[in-house]
Design a protein around this ligand. Structure first.
Ligand code: NCD
Length: 318
């Protein structure tokens, strides 16, 4: 595994394929750098031209709103030249393979590729096809490292030292790449992690990831400092909704409600988006001052700026 900081260089990664390849030191380094970019976003002119000489392609084979806008905004705030590729409007529809697409794009002298794809392992495959730096923006149910980094950044705003902090992720544990990246990252920095959800959406070997498991929302909310609700990933269930009875029953058993906020006054509500109001969160919970969901979105831009800055060599000023 790559990932250990080498010698006097605090950060020596070329790609961000997953948090599995990053050490705790790498993760904390990115999160510390992101604080500076978060401050830039609060300036009247929120720009810092550190990627001015870079060309980046956003290669999105799967739907995305937040992640894609967030990357694009981060790139533009740093002055990069940005090309957007969507599978729906490209030659993919004409049968071109992923390898050919990326080779063609690469002959246009691309420095960095941000990739989202429904198949696990695509970002790793891309590193073998081109020289560019590859950033994984979600590969199937495998990893979504920048999401986990922005989640950890948001937690650290409230709890600067995550060691011993308790984080529960609630919902579709089996199909969530957000869960996988968060489990890996949070455990590396010393947080305690619990997963909670219906048995049918819980991987059999989940305990081997070093997490607590609960099938009881009350127990989970009474235990945690942060509760992250997750969307049910219908698109990864092969068209079947047979893994749980109904959205209404799911909400009854696993939806976070205003009554929970009253009963357990200390935990913070998070959600990677998109939120299905009335399913994983009662609508008022999403809008309450206990939720940091929009803050997660703002922090996402700063974290992605930090990631791209560091992967492009860092330390270059405008
Ligand atoms: C997540 C994703 O795409 O994995 N969303 C996101 O990146 N903001 C979670 C989801 O789709 O439910």
């Amino acid at each position: 595994m790559g990932g250990q900081a080498k010698g006097s260089t605090p950060f020596a990664q070329k790609h961000l394929l997953g948090l599995a390849d990053y050490s705790a030191a790498d993760i904390l380094y990115v999160l510390d750098q992101a604080k500076m970019f978060r401050e830039v976003l609060d300036r009247p002119v929120p720009k810092i031209p550190t990627l001015r000489d870079k060309t980046i392609v956003n290669l999105f084979y799967e739907n995305s709103t937040r992640t894609r806008l967030s990357f694009e905004l981060a790139q533009k705030r740093m002055g990069a030249d940005v090309v957007n590729f969507s599978a729906g409007t490209s030659s993919t529809k004409k049968g071109e393979s992923l390898k050919d697409t990326i080779r063609n794009i690469s002959s246009m002298k691309i420095d960095m590729v941000v990739s989202r794809h429904e198949s696990p392992g695509v970002p790793h495959f891309l590193t073998r096809c081109v020289d560019a730096t590859i950033i994984n923006a979600g590969d199937g149910a495998h990893e979504h490292p920048t999401q986990a980094l922005l989640d950890m950044f948001t937690m650290r705003q409230l709890a600067p030292d995550l060691r011993g902090k308790r984080v529960v992720m609630i919902g579709d544990i089996a199909h969530s790449r957000v869960v996988r990246s968060n489990i890996i990252g949070l455990r590396k920095v010393g947080a305690e992690v619990m997963v909670c959800g219906p048995k049918s959406l819980m991987p059999l070997d989940v305990r081997s990831l070093g997490v607590e498991v609960s099938f009881d929302l009350e127990e989970a909310l009474g235990w945690c400092d942060f509760a992250m609700a997750l969307r049910i990933q219908m698109e990864r269930m092969n068209g079947g909704t047979d893994l749980f009875p109904s959205l209404r029953e799911y909400h009854e058993l696993f939806g976070i409600k205003m009554a929970h906020l009253e009963r357990y006054p200390d935990f913070t509500v998070m959600h990677p988006g998109p939120v299905n109001r009335g399913v994983e969160l009662e609508s008022d919970v999403a809008d309450s001052d206990r939720a940091v969901i929009l803050n997660q979105v703002t922090n996402g831009v700063a974290v992605r700026m930090a990631v791209m800055y560091l992967l492009s060599g860092g330390l270059r000023t405008g």
